[in-house]
Design a protein around this ligand. Structure first.
Ligand code: B12
Ligand code: SF4
Length: 510
């Protein structure tokens, strides 16, 4: 029985391979656990790990039609295409079941969503209380007009904006309940980081805090309205209680911390370390960390040793650029030296640093991009045990400060309707077609750099592929390295080769 069905739609990045790595999503897990704790029956479905999302939806809903009171979708911009397709199907086939959209995209564009007439409610910001109150009201036949956090179209066809909602206190949130979805689809994952290369482990996630006090201008935390609220966190004891509970109940060996900034409060980290040690809990874990935190003053060698001892095996670092000018421009509040220092310090521990980078940032010159690639090479020389993500092409997500610059200075306009968003999303940039990103002056070059950097940064050794494919990748990697060394990106026989191969594969499949 499920009165409420919560769906995490597929993203445009979906691939068969990503099914094996897609992490659990804390947003709907938090909503579902809260509803369950308040005596509602709820089911989550993550379409990123399903083979056929539409048939999963069709089968599930046809069996549960009579008991379903509400269907909710969690939507990032990259998930619009799938979310709209499913909402369209549901509205046609089951018009009597109300649909609610929540998550970052609907939070930023409630009107665009409601104008489609496919969605009855939009949740703006955090959704626990809004969803619970809406479900209570729909079940009791009551009115929902005064529920905080909800936007909807009223009887006179006017869009009613969301009123502020009740504060959700993370400290008293229920523990994540993995029984509310098909956990077997996430349970065993191959973890690749120092000391546990390609090891299959029983995986889970926890969320120890939400938000971040920094305001990097490409990130949603630079949003002046702070739609998702200010930084808030659970206490160290509360986190360890939940981890201990999940280990006991589901035998979890590895946790992803879904936080945006786990290391905000040093005292909380020290208490966390002490508590995990005191309870003798054994698990591996991953979290993100800011590059400048890894330093003599903050997360120093002693703390890194302690983190290693309590199972930390990978830290994700948003390095973004090798150019100080660009780091300052995007308000990252780190120095290039901090990034280098973090790689040096991590090299002394069994903790893999995963560094992510961007390019195609407004105001970025070719020299800045070159500095990013030089830094990537430099980091690899300092620390063999790091991995690199990107440089990915900067996407101007509305809500972020840098988006405003793209609008004001470069005349950029993001799509005006949800249907236009759906049309324009493109998996190469993960956003709109590069031709629309008019602050990038040499688009051809950025495309080529993106192609070669993919091969340059991939860790071929850990890939589970045949010998020939590995050999082929290694050759491409060497070619890419040479190209970066000599800054030669013309005569792109590899790019033509790859597209010809992909075309051939598609034809052969048909
Ligand atoms: C963890 C995370 C992920 C995870 C899981 C996401 C998922 N949906 O499966 C992974 C790693 C997969 C991911 C991927 C990406 N992410 Co991400 N991610 C985050 C992060 C850091 C935390 C999200 C989280 O778990 N928060 C904790 C939960 C409890 O909060 P929440 O998500 O806000 O959910 C609450 C409310 O939004 C609301 N709500 C959410 N859904 C619903 C649904 C209903 C029905 C209701 C009522 C309410 C509701 O209630 C929830 C509980 O309070 C956010 C940062 C942020 N500030 O949101 C970025 C963020 C969401 N990601 C972002 C981006 C850009 C990406 C990528 C495109 C990045 C990339 N280069 O690959 C990819 C997408 C590709 C993909 N494969 O999906 C952007 C989104 C911007 C946008 N407009 O879409 C964010 C905002 C970061 C940023 N740049 O500012 N991400
Ligand atoms: S430190 Fe990370 S989470 Fe915080 S504002 Fe910057 S990019 Fe966003």
């Amino acid at each position: 029985m499920a009165e409420c069905i919560l769906i995490n739609p597929r993203s445009i990045y979906f691939s068969e391979a990503s099914k094996l790595t897609h992490p659990l999503y804390a947003g709907i897990l938090s909503l579902a656990s809260f509803l369950h704790d308040n005596k509602h029956s709820v089911r989550m479905i993550d379409m990123n790990v399903e083979d056929e999302p539409m048939s999963v939806l069709r089968n599930y809903i046809s069996k549960k039609r009579n008991e379903t009171v509400l269907i909710g979708f969690s939507v990032m911009t990259s998930q619009i295409v799938d979310a709209l397709q499913m909402a369209e199907f549901l509205k046609k086939k089951y018009p009597e079941i109300p649909i609610i959209f929540g998550g970052i995209h609907p939070t930023l564009f409630p009107e665009q969503i409601l104008e489609t007439k496919l969605v009855d409610f939009v949740c703006v910001g955090k959704g626990e209380h809004a969803l619970l109150e809406l479900l209570n009201s729909l079940k009791g036949g009551g009115d929902y007009e005064n529920i905080g956090g909800l936007s909807f179209i009223d009887d006179s066809e006017n869009i009613v904006s969301a009123k502020s909602s009740q504060v959700f206190d993370l400290e008293f949130a229920p523990f994540f309940n993995y029984d509310l979805f098909d956990y077997s689809k996430f349970e065993f994952r191959k973890i690749s980081c120092f000391g546990c290369e390609s090891k299959v482990m029983r995986c889970g996630i926890v969320l120890t805090g939400m938000g971040c006090p920094y305001k990097c201008s490409f990130c949603i935390n630079s949003d002046k309205k702070r739609f998702l609220g200010k930084y808030c966190a659970k206490s160290a004891k509360r986190i360890v209680d939940e981890i201990e509970f999940l280990i006991k109940k589901y035998n979890i060996e590895y946790f992803d911390f879904s936080d945006e900034n786990f290391f905000v409060n040093k005292l909380r980290i020290e208490e966390f370390i002490a508590e995990v040690k005191r309870r003798k809990l054994k698990f591996k874990w991953f979290s993100t960390i800011r590059a400048n935190y890894i330093s003599r003053e903050y997360v120093n060698a002693n703390m890194l040793k302690n983190l290693e001892e309590i199972g930390c095996c990978r830290l994700g670092i948003g390095a973004e650029s090798g150019s100080q000018r660009i780091l300052d421009k995007i308000k990252k509040e780190i120095k290039v030296e901090d990034i280098i220092m973090s790689a040096e310090m991590l090299s002394k521990f069994n903790i893999t640093g995963t560094y992510s980078f961007m390019m195609g940032i407004p105001g970025e010159t070719l020299k800045d991009v070159e500095m990013t690639f030089e830094l990537i090479q430099g980091l690899k020389r300092i620390n063999k045990n790091i991995s690199i993500i990107g440089p990915q092409i900067f996407r101007p997500y509305p809500g972020c400060e840098l988006y405003e610059e793209c609008v004001d200075k470069y005349g950029y306009r993001s799509p005006g309707t949800l249907a236009d968003w759906k049309k324009s999303l493109n998996s190469f940039t993960g956003y709109e077609n590069i031709s629309r990103l008019n602050w990038i002056s040499d688009k051809k070059l950025i495309k080529r750099l993106s192609f070669y950097s993919e091969y340059m940064t991939v860790n071929v050794d850990i890939l589970e592929i045949g010998f020939m494919k590995k050999l082929f990748l290694k050759i491409l990697q060497q070619i890419s390295l040479i190209r970066f060394k000599y800054k030669f990106f013309g005569f792109n026989f590899e790019i033509f080769g790859r597209f010809a191969y992909e075309r051939f594969k598609r034809k052969a499949k048909k």
